[in-house]
Design a protein around this ligand. Structure first.
Ligand code: DOR
Length: 451
């Protein structure tokens, strides 16, 4: 009888996004895990959170963030980046290897894990950077504790990671079996374009012209050919172009697909006229017809994962004349508000948001015990108020970079509680307690820190 059981926490009266549908239910938590789902009138619990009028989502996972530690802590570090995540209703992040030094050795990986321990506000895992130099070790190193997969850049972006040629990409694909996440822009095509298109008076509105659709399509096509040759699954990060989606639709067995909240929200040329280099990111924000194709891909199921590519740079850096201005925008704290606003505007359902930001990461990365609200899974929840009207503001950003491209944007839908393994770390915008974050475990290795 659930009524006789002692729980640590009961979330009462909420509307819960469950695998079987969205419905009224209570959730009971014990020892950091979901103990039961149902109705628990009269059950004893150390604490009860009344969620009447609120929706309870599985903890939102952002599988693409850049937190800059080590090497560029003046922009962000693991404490500020994960604090921004917690403040925005994100319970778990996967962080990228283009730090300095690059996360391409076991030492660099262990160093990141050590830095995160006791300082991270949300649960975390790190990508291992794949290169042709470390490729022969990847089958072993990809299984180190805390590793969520291997990342390669086919086109140069922030930092020194690059696998531009087929040989370099193949070297990585040949070794190991975890998911290989790929920044698919074609370095050779972009190099040819750059001088020709930017000329003597470069402007950020040309950013998506030289980082062309052709470059994205070429990289994705080459990648799929190589993935097939080696029978290795690949995860194509941040697709931007309608034509890329056409290629990917024919290869769902071997390639999974990620889209970013920014690419669903901003479009060229408007964003470059309004935000200038603040809207500069790689791959670039493209024109409206590409954005519409991305939305169709969200709603016809082609997209597996939705993420942010949170890439903080100081405004003093972003305001340098283009193209000295670095590429990337912060996003982890605005992820949930932006997407709830899209839900309220009828662009997607709440369930599809959860599918892409929880279910997709669970399926692709084989996360152990996260990504759905189910008995025995971690008690990670993003509790949201779908009716709340708020304005996104620079002043509220916890990221060290201190700004957001969405400053001043009015949204409907807001995260009001972030709960990680049963611990409430954010309530009504207030951060509570101490950093609770722990490494994520993966089914393929069950490697992670000791429980
Ligand atoms: O715009 C970007 N910024 N794209 C990337 O791939 C890297 C990121 C960064 O680290 O700044």
């Amino acid at each position: 009888m659930p009524g006789k059981t002692n729980f640590d926490l009961i979330l009462k009266n909420g509307t819960v996004v469950l695998p079987q549908g969205t419905m009224a239910a209570d959730i009971a938590v014990r020892d950091g895990r979901i103990a039961d789902i149902g109705r628990f009138s009269g059950a004893a619990a150390a604490s009860v959170a009344d969620c009447a009028g609120l929706h309870i989502l599985p903890g939102i996972i952002d599988t693409q963030v850049h937190f800059r530690e080590p090497g560029a802590e003046h922009k962000e570090d693991l404490a500020t980046g994960t604090l921004a995540a917690a403040a925005g209703g994100v319970t778990c992040i996967f962080e990228m290897p283009n730090t300095n030094p690059l996360t391409t050795t076991p030492e660099a990986m262990a160093d990141k894990m050590k830095r995160a321990a006791g300082r991270a506000w949300v649960d975390y895992a790190f990508y291992f950077g794949g290169t042709h130099e470390n490729a022969r070790h990847l089958a072993e190193w990809e299984n180190l504790p805390g590793v969520c997969g291997v990342k390669i850049f086919m086109g140069a972006s922030t930092g020194a990671l690059l696998s531009a040629t087929d040989e370099e990409v193949e070297a990585v694909l040949k070794n190991g079996r975890r998911v290989v996440a790929v920044h698919a822009e074609d370095e050779m095509i972009m190099n040819e374009n750059r001088e020709k298109i930017l000329g003597t008076h470069p402007h950020v509105r040309q950013h998506h012209v030289w980082r062309s659709v052709e470059s994205s399509v070429s990289a994705v096509s080459r990648l799929i050919r190589l993935a097939r040759r080696h029978g290795r699954r690949v995860h194509v990060l941040h697709v931007t172009a309608a034509e890329e989606l056409e290629v990917l639709a024919a290869h769902r067995d071997i390639a999974s697909v990620e889209v970013l909240a920014n690419h669903l929200t901003l479009s060229a040329p408007e964003c470059y006229e309004r935000l200038g280099t603040r809207a500069q990111q790689n791959p670039p924000v493209r024109e409206k017809h590409h954005q519409e194709a991305l939305w169709r891909a969200v709603n016809n199921g082609l997209i597996d994962v939705l993420a942010t590519d949170h890439a903080p740079h100081l405004l003093s850096e972003k305001d340098k004349p283009y193209p000295q201005s670095p590429s990337g925008m912060p996003g982890v704290q605005t992820f949930v508000p932006l997407m709830l606003n899209h839900v309220n505007q009828g662009r997607l359902t709440l369930e599809r948001f959860v599918d892409m930001a929880c279910g997709g990461p669970l399926r692709i990365h084989q996360i152990a015990g996260k990504g759905r609200i189910a008995r025995g899974y971690d008690a990670d929840f993003t509790v949201v108020d779908m009716k709340a009207m708020r304005t996104i503001a620079n002043a509220e950003q916890k990221s060290r970079c201190g700004w957001t491209p969405y400053d001043g944007m009015k949204v409907q839908g807001w995260p009001v509680m972030t709960i990680i393994r049963g611990q409430t770390v954010m309530r009504e915008g207030e951060i509570a307690g101490a950093p609770q974050g722990r490494p994520v475990f993966f089914r393929e290795t069950l490697a992670g820190a000791a429980a």
